[in-house]
Write a new protein. Structure first.
Ligand code: 13P
Length: 139
């Protein structure tokens, strides 16, 4: 099953909620993760079940980063606020770096997210299922 992470900074939360509502049919049946507040907002507005990690500034980006490091995240939708400094900027940079290390599709704005989710809907993420099935077990 594909694993997807939702993350949004405060001034982008309304955007991500509306985005997930619009594509709820695509996200249904996937394993969903999020940072704390983002996930709460999405679950209040949809019927989706999301595993929520800590809030971003308290370590949530790093928790999602850990799954990326283990190659267990297949898609990251991270609606960043480019006009507001974040206290946990190093965590954000680290998460995006890990996406590049492991070649994980990551959108940092709504326009890219839309293209990736449409690709997901038409089956373009089949290669990630292959990665999943070929992955050696941990430990
Ligand atoms: O800060 C965030 C990502 O860097 C998001 O955290 P919240 O979803 O808890 O607001």
């Amino acid at each position: 099953m594909l694993n997807i992470a939702f993350i949004a900074h405060d001034r982008k939360k309304e955007d991500i909620v509306n985005f997930v509502i619009a594509y709820e049919h695509v996200f249904k049946g996937k394993k969903l993760y999020s940072t704390g507040t983002t996930g709460m907002r999405i679950m209040e507005a949809t019927d989706l079940q999301i595993h929520r990690f800590l809030s971003g500034p308290l370590g949530g980006d790093q928790q999602i980063g850990a799954l990326i490091a283990q190659n267990e995240m297949d898609l990251v939708l991270f609606f960043r606020d480019p006009l507001m400094a974040q206290p946990h900027e190093p965590d954000i940079t680290a998460l995006l770096r890990l996406c590049d290390v492991h070649g994980i599709p990551v959108a940092t704005n709504l326009a890219t997210a839309e293209i990736l989710v449409r690709a997901l809907d038409r089956g373009d993420f089949g290669w990630r299922e292959l990665v999943e099935s070929n992955k050696p077990g941990l430990g």
